[in-house]
Design a protein around this ligand. Structure first.
Ligand code: FAD
Ligand code: NAD
Length: 341
């Protein structure tokens, strides 16, 4: 049995690992140069920055078990912070006991761990799928036809992208439309003295979440070379995720200065907690077209059709979070091995 998996995010890699464990021949195709998808880490001259997911929670027992293993292996650590919230312009705290986790040293360390011994074709964007009499045929973006034929194809992409690839197949109409809303992500390196207890802020209708990246466990932001170049002369690294409403209103081609908007927001939030205004020394921004899910209660965590050998999975179908990506893959593997499903 040969299975092609499109996408090397947490969902694609988890399904690849589980199928491989059970003796299935798996080939993963990934359009970018590395694994992790929306657990992206950007290596900049002045720092290594997690641009996508900032932390994750584990509510389901199956994922908790996996997280425990990752913690034992040193791939995941608990980020114990006291969440701050912005209410009517004031920072308040509402301590809770929710365990929140980060990959160490980067969020995509989980993806690296899952990808061990998995065959992945990088920089291979799949653009077309065809069901032939010998199985699924895959065509890459450069027109190159993958020689192998596959009994199954598993799409672990944002729903919008899976729907395009499966257009014209009976599965297409089961995939919902416009599942995601966008998010501007802004990294700031700042000078200024901010109290240590401010580590994460649940924001408002402009910026929904702020991570003080430099407060998270086991972060290695710079290599020796960038320190020698003097690029490490800052006190803090922050990640601001703008709200979906704000990001939709100020889409990728908007003229708004995202860095200025982010700095103004952060300065206002911290105003009563700093003696001098923060100064930005480096910035980097990224527009995520597929970020939050509009509806975190999809009808089912997988869409699958045994007769044609198609599986459609991904975080979007199970809550839109890292845990959901993992669980949708497990649900698919369960379906795959149980003919009566
Ligand atoms: P992805 O990670 O998107 O993986 C899909 C992969 O498919 C990608 O690697 C992509 O490059 C590849 N691909 C796409 N098209 C093709 C193609 N045609 N051919 C080949 N490869 C292709 N979740 C949390 O739990 N906590 C958070 O704090 C959090 N914050 C977030 C902040 C942001 C800004 C974003 C964007 C997401 C955040 N999330 C968070 C959500 C979480 O990151 C995602 O739900 C999860 O990582 C998605 O995993 P996935 O495997 O379903 O998809
Ligand atoms: P979680 O349980 O920490 O938070 C869920 C939500 O509950 C938070 O967004 C926040 O609004 C609220 N919240 C929780 N604890 C709080 C506290 N002590 N004080 C005030 N508000 C509190 O985490 P989760 O459910 O695993 O979700 C993970 C995170 O991923 C969330 O922050 C979510 O918004 C974020 N996310 C972001 C994007 C994006 O595109 N920016 C996409 C997917 C998920």
């Amino acid at each position: 049995m040969k299975v092609a998996i499109i996408g090397a995010g947490i969902a694609g890699l988890t399904s690849a690992r589980e199928l491989t464990r059970h003796g299935v021949q798996v080939q993963v195709f990934e359009k970018s140069r590395g694994v992790g998808g929306r657990l992206a880490n950007k290596r900049l001259e002045w720092g290594n920055i997690d641009m996508g997911a900032q932390y994750f929670t584990a509510r389901d027992e199956r994922f908790q078990k996996q997280v425990d293993q990752w913690r034992e292996q040193g791939i995941v650590a608990c980020w114990q912070f006291n969440p701050h919230s912005l209410r009517s312009g004031e920072l308040t705290t509402r301590p809770d006991s929710t365990p929140r986790f980060v990959g160490t040293p980067k969020m995509n360390s989980l993806a690296h761990a899952l990808s061990q011994n998995i065959d992945i074709a990088f920089q291979t964007r799949i653009e077309r799928l065809e069901r032939t009499k010998d199985g699924w045929s895959l065509v890459a973006a450069d027109g190159h036809v993958i020689q192998e034929r596959y009994d199954w194809v598993v799409l672990s992409l944002p729903a919008e992208q899976s729907k395009v690839l499966l257009s014209g197949t009976p599965v297409e109409c089961q995939i919902p439309e416009q599942t995601h809303v966008p998010c501007w992500a802004l990294a700031l390196a700042t000078l200024g003295d901010v109290p240590a207890e401010i580590q994460g802020i649940f924001g408002d209708e402009v910026v929904s979440w702020v991570s003080r990246l430099s407060s998270r466990p086991q972060r290695h932001f710079q290599d020796k070379e960038s320190r020698q170049k003097g690029l490490g002369n800052y006190d803090d690294l922050w990640m601001l995720h703008f709200s979906s409403e704000w990001s939709t209103a100020h889409a990728k081609d908007s003229a708004v200065n995202i860095t200025q908007a982010g700095l103004e927001w952060l300065s206002a939030a911290l105003e009563k907690h700093v003696e001098k205004p923060l100064q930005v020394v480096h910035d980097f921004k990224h527009y995520w077209r597929y970020a939050r899910v509009k509806d975190d209660k999809a009808a089912s965590s997988i869409i699958a059709d045994r007769s044609s050998g198609v599986g459609v999975i991904g975080a979007w179908s199970a809550g839109g979070r890292v845990e959901g990506a993992y669980l949708s893959a497990l649900d698919f593997v369960d379906y795959f091995f149980h003919e009566d499903n």
